[in-house]
Design a protein around this ligand. Structure first.
Ligand code: PAF
Length: 280
């Protein structure tokens, strides 16, 4: 696995592959890799000749008082994990390689960025869209892969690529779960032992809400209310629980068929998000 830190080194490596007619898939990450990330790389490997992974803890997507400083940096472990799944190139830039001190340009996907997680984390999705846009311009991949766990993020990135005519095919890959059902996340490491026992309830409540939607005998507002109550009783501080249309994340109406249940909670100091996508 080649490891590069600068934009020019990255471009040089990709240019050589392109001259040989090879296709390139890209998996952007913030490191502290788990089985979910490795699944993205394995899927990328099946769909392209070469796979680039970036590890960049992006400062602009963290708000004041969030965990940018303490976000787990596990470089050595990440590198050996990436070797095992056949990564061709790891791009690990410094903040100054991505953000010039006098940079004036940001990317915001309006409307979508202010909903759900965007309402509780102002500026978060502009930080994500800006860094992903920059990374797409740097790597110029044929295809990029993201986890479906961050469903709102994935919708925003797809919308950005469409609106800005970025020629990349974006694929969402299924969430990888612990045997308990808890969605894998780099932030699960913050959970205490007691919280680890409570955390799987989040997915159980999502499954119960999906079953209630499919049973069709309650309004979506009632299902959301019940889910929020269950979560609070289980010990979570709830942020939102919403029955949405999967195409544009608007609140689902009775006639909508393709749905996603989106939720975010806090357990102690840890923010957890999860979702289920299904059709009725
Ligand atoms: O999902 C993440 O890890 C990050 O938000 C991403 C897409 C790598 C952008 O920093």
């Amino acid at each position: 696995m080649q490891i590069v830190n600068t934009v020019s080194e990255l471009r040089e490596a990709v240019k050589i592959w392109r001259l040989a007619g090879e296709s390139v898939a890209f998996v952007p990450t913030m490191g502290n890799l788990h089985a979910g990330h490795l699944q993205l790389v394995s899927a990328a490997k099946k769909n392209a000749d070469r796979v680039v992974v970036s590890i960049f803890v992006n400062p602009t997507q963290f708000g004041v008082g969030e965990d940018f400083e303490t976000y787990p940096r596990t470089e050595r472990e990440d590198r050996s994990k990436l070797e095992t799944v056949g990564t061709d190139l790891l791009f690990q830039p410094a903040v100054t390689d991505i953000y010039a001190p006098d940079a004036k340009t940001t990317v915001t996907v309006t409307d979508l960025s202010g909903l759900y997680c965007g309402a509780s984390r102002p500026g978060h999705f502009s930080g994500v869209a800006t860094v992903v846009c920059k990374l797409f311009n740097i790597v110029q991949p044929d295809r990029a892969l993201f986890g479906l766990k961050d469903f709102q993020q994935l919708t925003i990135i797809k919308t950005m690529a469409r609106d800005l005519h970025i020629p990349v095919q974006i694929t969402g890959i299924d969430t990888v779960r612990e045997p308990s059902g808890l969605a894998m996340s780099s932030r699960n490491g913050y959970l205490t032992n007691t919280e680890k026992r409570i955390a799987p309830r989040l997915y159980q409540v999502l499954c119960a809400a999906r079953d209630a939607v499919l049973a069709g005998n309650k309004t979506y507002a009632d299902i959301e209310q019940e889910a929020l109550q269950f979560l609070q009783q289980a010990g979570f501080q709830t942020d939102y629980f919403s029955v949405c249309r999967s195409s544009d994340l608007k609140k689902a109406a009775a006639e909508d068929v393709d749905l996603v249940l989106l939720t975010a909670v806090k357990l102690g100091k840890t923010r957890l998000i999860d979702n289920i996508c299904f059709s009725r």
